[in-house]
Design a protein around this ligand. Sequence first.
Ligand code: SDX
Length: 431
Amino acid sequence: MTNKSYELTDPSSGTRTALPVRSPTVGPDVIDIGALYREQGIFTYDPGFASTASCESAITYIDGDNGVLLYRGYPVEQLAEHSSFIEVAYLLLRGELPGAEQHAEFERSIRLHTMINETLLRFFNGFHYNAHPMAMVSGVVASMSAFYHDTTDITNPEHTEIFSHRIIAKLPTIAAAAYKHSIGQPFVYPQNHLDYCSNMLHMFFAVPAEPYEVNPVAARALDLLFILHADHEQNCSTSTVRLAGSSGTNPYSAIAAGISALWGPAHGGANEAVLAMLNRIGKPEHIPKFIDKAKDRDDPFRLMGFGHRVYKNFDPRAKLIRKMCHEVLEELGGRDEPLFELAMRLEEIALKDDYFVEKKLYPNVDFYSGIIYKALGIPVSMFTVMFAIARTVGWVAHWKEMNNDPGGRIGRPRQLYTGPAQRDYVSVEKR
Ligand code: SDX
């Protein structure tokens, strides 16, 4: 708490309420409005929560004006250059970078949890072959609470530890099973001698009929993409996990709620929507027409992969992914991938347009990621699943922080009611 406070005076009654100010380690102060309804009988109103801090957190910090993203204080650029997804997972979950032994133990534990219950595999036969992978993954993750009910005591630290390792380890296996089901190929079991991303690529692309060698460039590109997608403060899906978890539900169901929220095209579904948009634009000469559509308030079309609630400058992740595009396309072929050329041209034109400049709409994390996923051979329908695999680490870190908060309460917002005032029932003859 600081010694600063705001004061609100009720204009009719003159009641004055002091609203204490709390200061963060870095970033904007917050006004604690907890006394407002009790003392003045009024609510605050902030649909979309653009000016609302929903919780106290020590995990990730974003400075949207300066394009800064810190995981437990470490700049994402440095983690992308020096770290690995498993090490970043440890950092986000535990709060510190692991020593060599801690890293080895954590990675070993994750590897030992990569297989899923054989009965869970049979769930996939219940899905039609053309079911969207996000529908399959969210359904199967929700059903994990039926298989692992022996570790859903959220008050038991051992249970929550096993849950966090299980869900991080099994998401790639579940994702790969969804992918194999959608292309009619047999499921490929995890190979625990492989690292996290190599194991995932092996499960995706190996077939029993022939040997499969993971391309280390592809594995490293995936590891980088997962680092950049691992967490992002109180975004829509993370807030969903926290809200669902605040009811005391089992953690697998809270994560499944986050997967559902991520699926939306305004959020994690944007990476899939960007590819669809680029294919729809087709050629550079069509770009102005689509820019005009995006600027037309009467046209629901938006430039997918552009804009962000928090970043009013370049999304630092978009910068790193764009740079990676060049390297990965160079290494894996597709150097002149027409969609990448088109995306860079679209970015160039949009960032010179007054509408985008005035509204501070820059490319976000989803604008380029799909181009790399495509270069890795991952189908568009799996793009948001890839996002979910990485963001599971952030969801688990925030779920644990929420679950361990001694002052934690169930999330229960109020509303501005604009429906009819009380009225009496009218029998049908009189209507
Ligand atoms: C992610 O929150 C996170 O951190 C999310 C994420 C994470 O890591 O978890 O970063 C991942 O979800 C990235 C965002 C991916 N979504 C998209 O790329 C979809 C396209 N973007 C828009 O839908 C939008 O920009 C949002 C949803 C990202 C942000 O929406 P906001 O903050 O509610 O902003 P807004 O809709 O109020 O837009 C402000 C203005 C509006 O114009 P006016 O009403 O003021 O005239 O900007 C316009 C919008 O119409 N605008 C766009 C636009 N984005 C905003 N116009 C055209 N194209 C766009 N993409």
